[in-house]
Design a protein around this ligand. Sequence first.
Ligand code: BTN
Length: 245
Amino acid sequence: MNDLGLQSLIDALPAWVSGVRFFPETDSTNRRAMLWATEGAAHGSLVVADFQTAGRGRMGRDWVAPPGSGLLVSIVLRPRLEPDLHPLLGLAAGVAVCECLAGMGLEPGLKWPNDVLLAGRKVSGILAEAAPGVVVLGIGVNIGLAVMPAEIASTSIGVEEATGGQVDRLEVLAGLIGHLAPLVDGPPDQVISRYRDWCRTLGRRVRVDLGSGLVEDLAVDVDAGGSLVLAGGAVIRAGDVTQLR
Ligand code: BTN
């Protein structure tokens, strides 16, 4: 993208955005955003890429997306929230993606903590990474996965497949930021109440991979700090959920 292209990208985004760095190709927008944060990037700074060679996912996984097929963005936040409540920012990103997709006529839902699903298939993933005084929200949204990587073909979906038409990534980004900004700057209880509305894990039996072992139970709530509460009383702060029925 030339300077003119970058300027029109910036112009199309809500005024909340304080700066944008665009990379045709980079290793990981999250890594770039964290680096920029250490150089002083302000709250609301965005790193956007067309392609990542080392996209990071949750639980040490990779995030794989062919060039130009997805929205790949990392957002630098300088939260006023207590660090204990920082997990809410990742949940806020999930809510913002859902609200943006719902505005396009789709019916998304969240699998705790913040996998966005359409008809049971993953359309977006979120990786929140923290350093002192900074949270980087990394958001990947599958847009046009015409050539779907084999490893994700049966479990993933693109927004274009779901809408049946062409989708402008920049419009999705602008919509997403428009929903995210008031959530991250607003009261934390708003995030949780909106999150509960979108969360399709609640009321389902789940198997949670904690890294240190598995737990299976009914998911009954998400508490004020964003943890998943199971019927037997377990409170899960981090884990990989499979929804059983
Ligand atoms: C997951 O579901 O495992 C989270 C995936 C997060 C992927 C996004 S793509 C933009 C940003 N940069 C990264 O390296 N990861 C996040």
